[in-house]
Design a protein around this ligand. Structure first.
Ligand code: GLU
Length: 319
């Protein structure tokens, strides 16, 4: 009996046990549980598994964020990864973390929600502008995260040396809200969709917080094909000091895979996501405004052929 179960489990991986249909196991690299990537990964999992004819089993992996996900896709540790469009661009072109090492194997599948580089500070620190970060303890993000590169770009553009002018921390984002509330950091950068758990937690504690505008980035935006002006929707965090919107820069979130990923699998995955978009939109407030056309924007890596097949069939791309 034991042996039968074992064979069955092993066979199940390859061909399904007794069912006939081939089961496929895929993994999605996401982010911190306090971010948006993680629940979005969970939403995609539910969508892919809820389809009656679906043969896909999805596991959602917590991760440090974009940089780790891109590297994990490249190394075959995960099947799909969620990553900021700017980091995907940099990996493909051999910039920043991939300086001199372009990664031609990365493939774009679709875009998801917009992300905003969010700089949140405790009000009692007096930080009102990027310049006020001088001398303060600021979390710029851990090395696997997407926000670390954004924080460094912004600090450099503002003429702030992250090694000399601030006390830069490299904490994972899941620690930040608590550390800000405990007075152990003054501010932190988080590139993320809104609303999210981290900023909600940081803005509902005893220590009042404010969003610091990221302004004067015209040169940075002009020099990079991926940054755009945007705003933090502060009203989503009613306990914060301000209301309305605070200026910043941002990009799109992308769903990424390896060029070697099976064409039919990517086709089926994209088809299921696009044909059930309304269901996906309801799974997280950051996903509410997704549209099929919008999900083809931000393609900073070549399109995977499986995705391309679906987009052509659906009339979203020229033949
Ligand atoms: N943009 C962040 C990163 O790449 C993750 C945001 C999230 O988890 O929603 O590290």
């Amino acid at each position: 009996m034991k042996r039968f179960l074992f064979v069955c489990a092993l066979g199940g991986l390859l061909a399904g046990c007794g069912g006939g249909a081939k089961r496929e196991f895929v993994s999605i690299g996401t982010g911190s549980q306090t971010g948006v990537y993680y629940p979005v990964g969970g939403a995609i999992k539910r969508l892919l598994e809820s389809d009656e004819s679906s043969t896909i089993n999805v596991s959602v992996a917590v991760s440090s964020g974009s940089v780790q996900n891109i590297n994990d896709v490249l190394q075959g540790n995960i099947s799909y990864g969620i990553a900021q469009s700017d980091r995907l661009y940099q990996a493909v072109h051999g910039l920043s973390n991939w300086e001199g090492k372009p990664q031609p194997a990365l493939r774009f599948v679709f875009s998801l929600h917009p992300e905003v580089v969010t700089l949140i500070a405790a009000s009692d620190t007096g930080i009102q502008s990027i310049d006020d970060l001088k001398g303060k303890t600021v979390n710029i993000g851990n090395p696997g995260s997407g926000q670390r590169g954004n924080a460094l770009d912004i600090l450099n553009s503002a003429g702030i040396d992250p090694e000399q002018d601030i006390k830069a921390e490299s904490l994972t984002v899941s620690e930040c809200a608590g550390m800000l509330q405990d007075g152990r950091i003054d501010a932190y950068f988080y590139t993320v969709g809104h609303p999210n758990g981290s900023i909600t937690e940081a803005s509902t504690g005893r220590r009042e917080v404010r969003f610091v505008p990221i302004e004067g980035m015209d040169k940075l935006i002009a020099a990079s094909p991926f940054y755009a002006e945007t705003q933090v929707p502060v009203d989503l965090y009613p306990k914060a000091e301000q209301s309305g919107e605070v200026k910043s820069i941002g990009m799109l979130t992308t769903f990424v895979t390896h060029a070697d990923r099976d064409e039919e699998q990517v086709y089926q995955l994209v088809k299921t996501v696009f044909e059930n978009l309304e269901m996906l939109q309801k799974q997280h407030p950051a996903l509410q405004k997704l549209t099929p056309e919008g999900m083809l924007k931000g393609a900073t890596a070549p399109l995977h052929p499986g995705a391309e097949r679906y987009y052509k069939e659906a009339g979203l791309l020229g033949e």
